[in-house]
Design a protein around this ligand. Structure first.
Ligand SMILES: O=C(O)CCC(=O)C(=O)O
Ligand SMILES: [Fe+2]
Length: 227
């Protein structure tokens, strides 16, 4: 697992020439007004193509069955999720490009929304045909752990018959939700405590990257996020 954190949040600011400026601004506006942003064809092509190329070139043995929870609470439960994951590090060009992009988004959102995002962790996810992730939340109120969830999709030519939609619910009672097709370049971000969501079974291989920004909740004697 790789994390990025940074004390010098002003280092790359302001960066008005950035091609990401319009995208980041739209995401910040959506998050401020709704806590949720769904942006089709948004991730820069170069980054999207690099991530997809890396993911599809990786051997199956680099992936492992995704777990639930972290650290000592972590466990596998194939009734809940059946995707395979691989944590992303800066050791590959695509991983490095992705983590740098995610860090520039972190700095932008901290400036615009004062979210206090401190660290980022992220993995490739591969849902084989039939794989799913049942309705869940990425964080729970009061845990101050994962603050913002970010997902990008790496599947060109995905269509509605292929299934595999992400369904995002407004709250714990919403049963209808909003469906998002995992089409190449779509970027989704939402407040981790706010939106239950699920991944419906896909008819074919579904590739994505999921990541979470965390706050610095370090207390004396205990480093959190863990190094
Ligand atoms: O792949 C997706 O659409 C969402 C994945 C997800 O909810 C998660 O990994 O926590
Ligand atoms: Fe999730």
């Amino acid at each position: 697992m790789s994390k990025t954190s940074n004390d010098s949040d002003s280092a790359s600011w302001p960066d008005t020439s950035s091609p990401n400026q319009a995208l980041f601004t739209k995401m910040a506006d959506d998050l401020a007004s709704k806590g949720l942003s769904i942006l089709p064809a948004a991730l820069p092509d170069e980054l999207c193509l690099a991530l997809r190329a890396q993911q599809i070139s990786m051997d199956d043995d680099q992936f492992r069955q995704a777990g639930i929870g972290r650290g000592t609470d972590a466990g596998h439960n194939e009734l809940v999720r059946t995707d395979q994951i691989c944590w992303i590090s800066k050791q590959t060009p695509a991983g490095s490009m992705w983590l740098e992009w995610a860090d520039s988004l972190r700095l932008f959102l901290n400036r615009e929304l004062m979210l206090g995002l401190f660290a980022f962790e992220s993995h490739f996810a591969h849902y084989r045909p039939g794989a799913f992730y049942k309705r869940h939340q990425d964080a729970f109120v009061g845990e101050a752990n994962r603050v913002l969830s970010l997902v990008v999709y790496l599947n060109p030519g995905w269509c509605s018959d292929d299934g595999g939609e992400l369904v995002i619910y407004q709250d714990s009672v919403d049963q209808q939700g909003v469906r998002v097709m995992p089409l190449m370049g779509t970027v989704v971000a939402f407040l981790s405590e706010g939106f239950p969501h699920e991944v419906l079974p896909a008819q074919k291989d579904r590739y994505s990257v999921a990541g979470w920004y965390r706050m610095n909740t370090t207390k004396s004697g205990r480093v959190d996020p863990p190094e």
